[in-house]
Design a protein around this ligand. Structure first.
Ligand code: NAD
Length: 499
């Protein structure tokens, strides 16, 4: 792999590919094989961000005037081009962040789905028309674009998440500066290249790659950036929100999770088992919606635990590009350190390590960042392993006696993204839908598997009230109320019609 020359990528600013002003770069490395360098990318700073924001501001002057159905046509074309390139982009993504090919194909598919879904909005973007309280007066409201939007993305869905941000922002008439995660810039480049090939004018989307404090923070602080869309950890999201508050920028925050799956004693246990394995170890546990707590009714806990541990221990861990691999590497050394340290914390807290619990470093694992699928039993709700996000293939089993107790445990954390209940009792299912404090609840399905045309986001420390998918346009547009008076007189609302 190292024999082919390493490709050098540039920032995209105003339609031109430019090196960072400082000349600094960083390497994009395959987490399954550290000898495989995918590319060299600009390590940008505030100077590059300023250029990109200026380009986006200039492009906004004309892009906002392009009729929305025309803007949407570019998204339709982008969806079609993404379909043609799906396999190549999926392979690039597995190479840069590790998850298995079936999942990276799904990630590209999500961007395709988002393109078609949002393109339909080009002919809607509905406002409301209402009767005025005065005669000969017309009242309506229209959605206006916001301006230049700054976007900061994580690495775990490196094409899907940028598409959730870029596509609705574009159809609404905004221009964008996106900073991809430092582990996964290539998938954002592939997505934006697709938009360019679909006919997006120069400057409408700009890419500035680099590290968070150097390239992300200046984007948040730039006075010409009108709003920030951030997805990442709650710790970083808090910093972003505080910085943005200084200039009153609206911020959409999509952050961490500690998602619970509840398995009742009347559940289809085989189905719950399949759901648990997929929810906990899909994407190597590195999903914001990953199943990281499994709450087991005491009547089925022993049987379920024994089966889950056997299946988790048998999962095939390896390079996601290879056939038959079920769990890819973790994205980088830092994630391995986090998983390792949480295993030590769990053991010190008194949880029982039932399988896994360590990095895999021998043989074919030696060149990558692999971690064994890990199950902890005997976990109590107060333990840190039951409350804090690990973001790795580590799942905690917690036993409960009653449905009400399970709901209480599920809700007892600071996060509120996704939840799942396995039961055949329809009444309990509806109680759970009502009582679980989360943005998403699945019944008889795992905590992962969101579709683009529903609202996506969470409550408590997972989010600040905005939604991607259905609801994204509420963030990427601002309302304008319009009154048209055709009476040829001064009509004073609340005064002339008060009698
Ligand atoms: P992270 O917070 O470390 O980084 C996210 C992004 O923020 C990166 O692009 C990073 O460069 C940037 N950043 C870092 N410091 C910054 C700063 N000071 N100012 C501005 N930007 C900065 O998160 P990550 O490790 O990339 O992603 C994993 C996290 O993302 C997990 O907590 C996961 O739950 C969360 N996540 C949430 C969702 C969701 O929709 N709720 C989806 C995917 C991932």
């Amino acid at each position: 792999m190292t024999s082919t020359p390493i490709k050098t990528y540039s920032n995209l600013i105003g339609g031109e590919w430019l090196a960072s002003k400082s000349g600094q770069t960083f390497q994009n490395i395959n987490p399954a094989d550290h000898s495989d360098i995918i590319g060299v990318f600009p390590a940008s700073n505030a100077d590059d961000v300023a250029l990109a924001v200026a380009a986006a501001k200039k492009a906004y002057a004309t892009w906002r005037l392009v009729p929305a159905p025309k803007r949407a046509e570019i998204l339709y074309r982008a969806g079609a081009i993404l379909s043609e390139r799906k396999e190549q982009y999926a392979r690039d993504m597995t190479r840069e962040m590790g998850k298995v090919l079936a999942e990276t194909r799904g990630d590209v598919q999500e961007a395709i789905d988002e393109a078609y879904y949002v393109a339909g909005e080009g002919r809607r973007l509905f406002g409301v028309t209402v009767p005025s309280e005065l005669q000969n007066k017309f009242a309506m409201s229209v959605r206006m674009p916001v301006g230049v939007i700054g976007m900061i993305a994580p690495w775990n869905f490196p094409m899907a998440i940028p598409s959730w941000k870029l596509f609705p922002a574009l159809v609404a008439g905004n221009t964008c500066v996106i900073k991809p995660a430092e582990d996964t810039p290539l998938s954002t480049y592939n997505l934006v290249q697709t938009l360019i090939d679909a006919g997006l004018p120069p400057g409408v989307v700009n890419i500035v790659s680099g590290y968070g404090p150097e390239a992300g923070a200046p984007l948040v602080e730039h006075p010409d950036v009108r709003a920030i869309s951030f997805t990442g950890s709650s710790a970083t999201g808090s910093l972003v929100a505080q910085r943005a508050a200084a200039t009153f920028k609206p911020v959409s925050l999509e952050m961490g999770g500690k998602n619970a799956m509840i398995v009742m004693d009347d559940a289809n246990l085989e189905l719950a088992l399949e759901g648990a394995l997929w929810g906990a170890f899909g994407t190597t546990g590195q999903r914001c919606t990953a199943t990281s707590r499994i709450l087991l009714h005491k009547n089925i806990a022993a049987e379920f635990t024994q089966k889950l541990v056997a299946r988790a221990a048998a999962l095939k861990v390896g390079n996601g590009l290879e056939d038959g691999i079920e769990v890819g590497p973790q994205v980088n050394d830092q994630q391995i350190e986090t998983s390792t340290s949480y295993c030590a914390i769990a053991i010190a807290e008194g949880a029982q390590l039932l399988t896994g619990g360590k990095a895999l470093t021998e043989g074919s694992y030696a060149n990558g960042t692999f971690f064994a699928p890990t199950v902890f039993g005997g976990v109590k709700p107060h333990m840190r392993i039951a409350r804090e996000e690990v973001f790795g293939p580590v799942v905690s089993l917690i036993e409960f006696s009653t449905f009400e107790e399970a709901i209480e445990i599920a809700n007892s954390i600071d996060y509120g993204l996704s939840t799942a209940l396995y039961t055949k009792d329809i009444n309990r299912a509806f109680s759970a839908i009502r009582d679980l404090e989360a943005g998403i609840t699945y019944i008889n399905a795992p905590t992962i598997g969101a579709e683009v045309h529903l609202p996506f986001g969470g409550v408590k420390q997972t989010g600040n009230g905005h939604r991607e998918g259905l609801g994204a346009l509420d963030f990427y547009t601002t309302w304008k109320s319009v009154y048209i008076d055709s009476s040829d007189t001064l009509q004073r609302a609340q005064i002339d019609n008060a009698e």
